[in-house]
Write a protein that binds this ligand. Structure first.
Ligand code: TYD
Length: 204
């Protein structure tokens, strides 16, 4: 059985590490594809370079570029894997655009949803893991590890608080699609809770 599972959360939520660890465990029982936009898809990679390393662009341009990169990665990588009955675990997807561009940047969630629905053409995730953490704890975590900060990481704490509020509004709207995991816990506990949530979903 194929499944399309996305991971979402604000900065410092541990999303990428948790996804990696959970993917390793799930691989014992399932054919797993672990990916993230732009995921090695050449056109999508080029778009991402503009977004994360280039000069700041207009807010709506930013939203359109994320949506364009998303579509390319979806068509070239995610859809073929789902056809092969894989469990696809994707680091960020439509909800990132809704929370970051739609809500935190202030473009409007429904406007950003419209261009993203055009991009994904009906392919909402089957399940979305949300790693729930406060903006302050998230900021502390990224300051204590030496990963490169990207342009969005440099946004103010108020921006990241808006990102979190944006996510919570989305969860309230679609509680059945989201599984909220307490990411303020130790990493091991976050991995365990996430793994259990996905196993339960796949066992349904
Ligand atoms: P990334 O290196 O993947 O960081 P993280 O570890 O936080 O996922 O960079 C992604 C950045 O881009 C992150 O700050 C969130 C932002 N982003 C958006 O604003 N909109 C989007 O649609 C996506 C996918 C990411």
């Amino acid at each position: 059985m194929s499944a399309f599972i996305t991971f979402e959360g604000p900065e410092g939520s541990g999303k990428t590490t948790v996804l990696q660890r959970v993917a390793e465990r799930l691989s014992q029982d399932y054919d797993v594809l672990k990916t993230r936009e732009p995921g090695g898809v050449p056109a999508a990679e080029q778009i991402r370079e503009i977004l994360l390393d280039g000069e700041a662009v207009d807010d709506r341009t930013e939203a359109l570029l994320f949506a364009a990169s998303r579509r390319e990665h979806l068509v070239e990588k995610v859809l073929p894997a789902l056809k092969e009955d894989k469990v696809v675990l994707c680091d960020r997807y439509i909800d990132s655009s809704l929370a970051y561009q739609g809500f935190a940047r202030g473009i409007g969630v429904e406007e950003v949803r419209a261009i993203n629905e055009f991009a994904i053409n009906g392919l909402y995730p089957d399940l979305t893991i949300y790693l729930d953490i406060t903006a302050e704890t998230g900021r502390e975590r990224i300051e204590n590890n030496d990963r490169n900060m990207n342009r969005l990481d440099h946004e103010s704490i108020a921006f990241h608080q808006r990102v979190i509020k944006g996510y919570h509004d989305l969860i309230d709207k679609e509680p059945e699609r989201f599984k909220v995991i307490d990411a303020n816990q130790e990493l091991e506990a976050v991995v365990e809770d996430t793994y259990t949530a996905i196993k339960m979903f796949l066992g349904k």
